[in-house]
Design a protein around this ligand. Structure first.
Ligand code: C5P
Length: 237
């Protein structure tokens, strides 16, 4: 891919929905449901940062330059697995469960602050899905990756509520968890994501804000789906 092409945002006629927000706000579940309701392609951008983190832990890579090279060359792809949904593969191996591990999430938040990593993954994100309509979620998808997205949503929930959801999720997997510890970990991650110099977590000026603190998952999905429905209906063909 040439440098010029890799820096260009290839939007064309595709409909792009960018959903940003802090960890635990419900972005992933909402985006997957909306993607399948509208037959859009879906990109969980956190997974690609997690994939770099996983590889760096496995290979003991620390320097910014090497992390950037890792991000630019990692053989990562999403595949839809029949009856299971989207799974992440590294060099052909399904690493979806490893990507969700707590230490990988923590490391992801560190590697995501490295400019060389962000530059490499920007190219990946801009070209993902070809010319298909797409919904993507992350921290900077409406501000940096797709500043000209058709719809930008900023999904939030209170820290208490996000920690509660994460605790329930871990308990569901049979893991013993301290609520306080999870709450502190999420707060630290929020601060790191919002405080970094490169592409910090921030709502785009033209994003629509959705606070899911008092919404069920179904209500959150319906809320975003209604926005998409309205925008798709209004878009000139
Ligand atoms: O969303 P998730 O928790 O999987 O993201 C893991 C980490 O990757 C985040 O804490 C954040 O630091 C980073 N990230 C990012 N930009 C994105 C998506 C994720 O910096 N678009």
């Amino acid at each position: 891919m040439s440098g010029a092409l890799s820096e260009q945002i290839v939007k064309g006629d595709r409909f792009v929905v960018a959903v940003d927000g802090p960890a635990g706000a419900g972005k992933g579940a909402v985006c997957r449901a909306v993607a399948s309701r509208f037959a859009f392609s879906y990109l969980d951008t956190g997974s690609i940062y997690r994939a770099v983190a996983l590889l760096s832990l496995q290979k003991n890579i620390e320097s910014d330059q090497e992390l950037g090279e890792l991000a630019a060359s990692m053989p990562f792809e999403f595949r839809q697995v029949e009856g299971v949904g989207f799974r992440g593969f590294l060099a052909g191996e399904d690493v979806s469960d490893a990507l969700r591990e707590e230490q990988v999430g923590r490391k992801a938040s560190h590697v995501a602050a490295v400019p060389q990593v962000r530059a490499a993954l920007l190219t990946f994100q801009r070209h993902y899905g070809g010319d298909k309509n797409i919904i993507l979620d992350g921290r900077d998808t409406g501000t940096v990756v797709w500043p000209d997205a058709d719809l930008k949503v900023f999904l939030t929930a209170s820290l208490e509520e996000r920690a509660k959801r994460r605790a329930l999720e871990l308990q569901g997997k049979g893991e013993t968890v301290s609520f306080q510890k999870i709450r502190d970990m999420i707060a630290r991650r929020d601060a790191r994501d919002a405080g970094r110099t490169h592409a910090p977590l921030a709502a785009a000026a033209d994003a629509q804000h959705v606070d899911t603190t008092r919404l069920t998952l179904d209500q959150s999905i319906d809320c975003v789906a209604k926005m998409v429905d309205k925008m798709v209906g209004n878009k000139p063909r």
